[in-house]
Design a binder for this molecule. Structure first.
Ligand code: SF4
Length: 349
């Protein structure tokens, strides 16, 4: 059976059982949670019979919904039919009633960044397109009058390692007859896979790129992000420049300084210089997001820098020529903040 919420109207029409207008109608009804297999969707009888025979609208079980006491972030733990558990986070935006959804693209992750809880799980499997889409649908149902304004692929997993499905999910999110989320409000965050960055630019040119830097110093970055051994920062930045030139969109550079490891003035300076260099090469000014580190548990080898060190780091970024932006990373009391998603239950699946 084909999961209907994981099919674009074009993919549905290409299956040959209905025309493009019917496919759009079905897609719109499914995404609005208004689809009825009994045939009240305005499609021909034979199309509906095919839909009944060939398709379904599967669901994910919400196993926990953790509301932060510190801020309006909400983390949802979701279970698939095979028992895999993954997480999604509802992020309030400044404008009341608008939200971004931080979605997972994999169960666990193979890239093993040392500062990330998901990386400790290893990769269990890729999420299917419908499982990525369903995360946004679940959050949307929880909103009442509010609306999903954007999506960020910064939950569990490396989205560029599951790019076919991530691209399909982006097409579904952006489809005007369905969820209608503007591509410019969708961000794909990567640890740095150059081929995937280039493909993302060509196949989803309205979508923004987020790049987790770790450090601007290659040896330090390699010690924090093992993927850097295969894809050095220079080749990742070449791909990011290509992305900016193809899409006309400036990327987001994210960095979470670690106490005594990557929080010095010099660390900040190198980040600022890297951003300046990127600006000169691409003609676009990246945004630097400094994320206060969130602990990932008792065996965590890292700590958040104290306020003074963080300010020194940010001064370094400024002296490098660049104003940083300190990002609020919410929901830390319910492990919903950046780097904390790990679906602990997943270990026992
Ligand atoms: S930071 Fe991203 S790429 Fe790195 S281990 Fe975590 S989920 Fe994977």
């Amino acid at each position: 059976m084909l999961p209907l919420q994981g099919l674009t109207p074009d993919a549905l029409a290409a299956l040959g059982a209905m025309d493009p207008a019917e496919a759009r109608r079905v897609h719109a009804c499914v995404q609005r949670d208004d689809f009825d297999f009994r045939g009240r969707t305005g499609v021909r009888r034979q199309s509906m019979e095919w839909l009944r025979r060939s398709c379904h609208v599967p669901s994910l079980e919400v196993v926990h919904e953790a509301r932060s006491q510190l801020d309006p972030f909400v983390k949802f733990g979701l279970r698939a039919a095979d028992g895999a558990i993954f997480e999604t986070v509802r992020i309030p935006l400044e404008r009341p009633g608008r939200y971004t959804v931080c979605v997972s693209s994999q169960v666990g992750c193979a890239l093993a960044c040392r500062f990330c809880a998901t990386g400790r799980l290893g990769l269990q499997r890729n999420l299917e397109t419908w499982e990525i889409v369903e995360q946004v649908r679940i959050v949307r149902r929880s909103l009442g009058e509010g609306r999903v304004h954007g999506v960020v692929f910064q939950g569990m997993g490396e989205p560029l390692s599951n790019l076919d499905r991530v691209l399909d999910a982006i097409r579904i999110f952006s489809e005007p007859s369905g969820l209608a989320i503007d591509g410019r409000n969708i961000t794909v965050c990567t640890a740095g896979l150059p081929a995937g960055i280039r493909r993302l630019a060509l196949e989803a040119p309205r979508v923004r790129l987020g790049l987790s830097l770790g450090s601007a110093q290659e040896d330090k970055r390699r010690s924090l992000m093992p993927i850097s051994g295969r894809h050095p920062l220079s080749s990742v930045l070449d791909a990011a420049v290509h992305h900016a030139q193809v899409t006309g969109l400036a990327p987001l550079f994210a960095v979470a300084p670690l106490k005594g490891v990557s929080d010095s003035f010099e660390d900040g300076l190198r980040i600022g210089q890297l951003a300046m260099d990127f600006w000169k090469r691409s003609g676009l000014r990246p945004r630097i997001s400094v994320i206060p580190y969130n602990s990932i548990g008792p065996e965590d080898p890292f700590e958040r820098p104290d306020t003074q060190a963080l300010e020194e780091f940010e001064r370094g970024v400024m002296v490098g020529g660049y104003p940083p932006h300190r990002r609020y990373s919410g929901g830390s009391d319910v492990s919903a903040a950046c780097g904390q998603l790990a679906a602990r239950e997943a270990r026992s699946c």
